[in-house]
Design a protein around this ligand. Structure first.
Ligand SMILES: Cc1cc2nc3c(=O)[nH]c(=O)nc-3n(C[C@H](O)[C@H](O)[C@H](O)COP(=O)(O)O)c2cc1C
Length: 322
């Protein structure tokens, strides 16, 4: 698969997730075989006001052979173009435009999935960003805003005409938020409608599901979000599956706890212990899924304060699950 002149290897990419896919998780996912990685969504308007927190989200992430995209959200073509030019200093390989975020604080400003109600504006946004930078521009959309406005095909066609290099479809409407079902037939329909690569997304949590979505829909690749939380090694299994290689075994519990500790250690190095220990709590809770004593363990994650707390938690996990 190619985004413009960028070659994307076989496997699955890491979905952008605000508050989760920071530089540490992006790097881990890339090292495990994610095909490309994308920043958390960044407000174009906040960047234009010089907001430092927004700029920090763009931090360059480099793993050889794994393109890095910065995702921008906004609804004004000129501001999006300005933001795209501004973030070039973080050396992204491509820019992604968010047209899928369902959060009211985003959609009430006409951004994220609210754009699905206005396909011509989606085309204008893509055109403005494509003209502002000389790297590929991709879009991430939903099926539509609600069942009465299923605009994915029109948005994607306009984006393609405006120069978009690929389109990712989270196969739900905005109205559904994250509720089932995911409608994979909408991904198949999109694949028929455009010539640029189509990336399928939504509720992929096993290798079998990933292979089946590609087979059912003909999409060029899949993107995985929540299915990789607390299990970044999932990308190595997905990469093997799509390369026709033997699937690596699930790590042992001891190995999983080592991976979790390294995850938190790297976050501490990147952000400092105080911020990292606050922000890691959600990530750590995902590593607790399915374990004996999960409720008690998840409770403990909400009070993680020092790096040593994660070492103690890992010990407790092994004790309760031996
Ligand atoms: C906590 C959270 C944050 C998210 N933030 C973003 C975001 O910043 N940009 C975006 O395009 N999608 C965002 N999404 C949507 C995901 O990228 C993805 O489309 C969605 O979760 C469905 O895929 P999944 O079932 O594999 O998780 C977010 C999802 C979650 C759960």
């Amino acid at each position: 698969m190619k985004f413009g002149n960028l070659t994307i290897k076989n496997g699955a990419s890491l979905a952008p997730m605000a508050g989760l896919t920071d530089a540490t998780l992006r790097t881990m996912a890339a090292n495990y075989g994610a095909t490309y990685i994308i920043s958390e969504m960044v407000s174009a308007k906040a960047l234009s006001f010089g907001d430092k927190k927004s700029a920090a989200l763009c931090k360059h992430t480099s793993v050889e052979g794994v393109p890095y995209g910065i995702q921008l959200f906004g609804s004004e073509p000129a501001i999006m173009a300005q933001a795209a030019a501004f973030v070039m200093k973080y050396k992204p390989d491509f820019i992604d435009i968010n047209m899928g975020c369902p959060a009211p604080k985003i959609t009430n400003n006409g951004c994220g999935s609210a754009l699905m109600k206005n396909p011509p504006l989606c085309g204008e946004l893509v055109k403005a960003v494509v003209e502002a930078v000389d790297i590929p521009v991709t879009i991430k959309i939903r099926k539509g805003f609600d069942d009465s406005s299923l605009t994915a095909l029109e948005v994607a066609k306009r984006a393609e005409a405006a120069g978009a290099a690929a389109v990712t479809l989270h196969a739900r409407t905005r109205e559904q938020m994250y509720r089932p079902p995911v409608d994979y037939t909408s991904i198949a329909a999109l694949k028929q409608a455009v010539s640029i690569p189509v990336i399928g997304n939504g509720d992929i949590t096993t290798v079998e599901e990933a292979l089946s979505v590609v087979e059912q829909t003909g999409c060029d690749q899949v993107m995985v979000g929540r299915g990789a939380l607390g299990r970044p090694w999932f990308f190595s299994q997905l990469a093997a599956a799509f390369n026709g290689q033997p699937i690596p075994a699930e790590p042992t519990l001891k190995e999983k706890m080592c991976i979790m500790q390294k995850h938190v250690y790297d976050m501490c190095n990147d952000k400092g212990e105080a911020q990292a220990m606050r922000e890691c709590r959600t990530q750590v809770a995902w590593y607790m899924h399915g374990l004996q004593g999960a409720a008690r363990l998840r409770g403990l994650t909400s009070s993680l304060t020092y790096y040593t707390d994660i070492e103690e938690l890992a010990q407790l996990v092994l004790k309760l699950n031996s």
